[in-house]
Design a protein around this ligand. Structure first.
Ligand code: HEM
Length: 403
């Protein structure tokens, strides 16, 4: 046998031995969970460059190809995307204990006091306390009912202001007016006062700040997925976040300071901010969990931002769609004329009798969701459950986490 034949025989034996050993080891070791299907992406950056400027549209298109639950490699991390209601339900309800947290990446760190707010707080006693405060004072069914008069009054002010502009032949800037009205409703509920006395530059600046916050928080920040280059802030997003945070902090700090100074005026009828400040200052004693000054400001930030642009944007879209579809607008007006007449305003109690208007609202939520990718969730532990679906809310999770 010559040298070449001997070498080939050795090589063949080595390769065969390698595959036999690999097969045996794979039988002995636990198998890695198969990930849901998804695009391959590129080395290092993964699917990041595929997302484009409207990730929710790209992801919806991908879901048609890969199914309701997809896995995307996003830089250094894995991300699971659920794209149907059934799939989302699995993550948000069935697997809720695994996915009850949200990723605290650059946006909450820079904008929400290091994620010390209600939206990004880790699931636990502090989150429960913040949630309890909001439900008791503002968002629970009982609280919502008790604030009906505030909503009625503020909508009345907005309509009168629109009417006055119309009479003078001035254009009505609906988006700004809605944000300003929502902010005043929220201000009255949580601070016992309106936050904008007049429409104008102050309200416009606040609107711009809220829109900037939503825009920054909604963008895919490369540094969140490639921590090694995060310091470079390649898109300049973190620099903008820091600048915006300073502006918000000035407004929120002065709100808290004013509230402290006027505490005596609300003796016996504390509002949400009074209750939060009392817990921060050590009362009531039965409350074991305490809040910091940053927790209090971050909560105010959540409520003012989560409640203004979302509601205002949805209403603005509904109006725009009706103006583009006059037959729908006419049918909604006819329904209201039949149920309410022309001598009084629509009341919240009329809504059950206005099914067409309700359908318009639902269609606006469907067609123009204010947060199309929802808020991401992150798994806190490896999730080895098999789920009968696909699709999720766009959470970012460790690549080993999902089966
Ligand atoms: C059209 C109006 C609104 C839309 C479309 C909207 C949408 C959303 C969405 C998608 C979430 C995330 C839910 C999840 O991940 O499970 C959320 C959470 C939240 N929203 Fe809204 N929202 C609206 C109005 C409001 C208002 C008026 C307020 C209060 C003033 C508010 C306060 C909050 C808060 C505090 C959270 C966080 C809850 C938590 O993490 O436990 N939202 N909202």
């Amino acid at each position: 046998m010559d040298m070449a034949t001997a070498f080939l025989r050795e090589l063949f034996l080595c390769v065969a031995l390698y595959y036999i050993l690999r097969y045996v080891v794979s039988l002995l070791l636990p198998r890695p969970s198969p990930l849901p299907p998804g695009p391959l992406g590129f080395p290092v950056v993964g699917a990041l460059p595929l997302l484009g400027s409207a990730p929710h549209v790209t992801l919806a298109r991908m879901a048609k190809r890969y199914g309701p639950v997809m896995h995307l490699k996003m830089g250094q991390f894995g991300m699971v995307v659920a794209s149907t209601p059934d799939a989302a339900r699995v993550f948000l309800k069935t697997l809720d204990p695994y996915f009850s947290n949200r990723p605290v990446d650059a946006a909450p760190v820079r904008l929400a006091y290091g994620g010390q707010d209600l939206v990004f707080a880790e699931y636990g006693p502090k989150w429960k306390l913040l949630r309890k405060l909001c439900n008791l004072e503002m968002l629970g069914t009982k609280a919502l009912q008790s604030w009906a008069a505030v909503r009625r009054e503020e909508v009345g002010r907005m309509l009168r202001s629109m009417h006055a502009s119309g009479r003078k032949g001035e254009p009505v800037m609906l988006g700004g007016m809605l944000i300003y009205t929502m902010a005043n409703m929220i201000g009255r509920v949580i601070l016992s006062r309106r936050v904008f006395e007049t429409k104008g530059s102050e309200a416009n600046e606040f609107k711009d700040m809220v829109v900037e916050l939503m825009t920054l928080a909604g963008q895919v920040n490369i540094g969140d997925f490639l921590p090694a280059v995060a310091w470079m802030d390649l898109q300049g997003l973190e620099a903008r976040m820091k600048k915006l945070h300073k502006k918000f902090d000035r407004v929120l700090s002065s709100m808290v300071a004013e509230h402290e100074a006027s505490k005596g005026e609300r003796e016996g009828r504390p509002d949400l901010l009074d209750a939060a400040m009392a817990i921060r200052d050590g009362a009531p004693e039965e409350e074991e969990e305490k809040l910091t000054d940053d927790n209090v400001k971050a909560l105010l930030l959540n409520l003012f931002t989560a409640g203004t642009d979302t509601s205002a944007g949805t209403i603005e879209w509904a109006m725009a769609e009706m103006l583009l579809n006059p037959s729908i607008l006419r049918r909604a007006q006819n329904e209201m004329d039949g149920v309410i007449g022309r001598n009084r305003r629509l009341e919240e109690s009329d809504i059950p009798n206005l099914p067409y208007l309700q359908a318009i609202c639902k269609e606006s939520f469907r067609k123009h969701p204010s947060t199309p990718l929802n808020l991401p969730r992150i798994s806190t532990q490896a999730c080895e459950k098999t789920v009968p679906v696909a699709a999720m809310v766009s959470p970012r999770c460790a690549p080993t986490v999902y089966n």
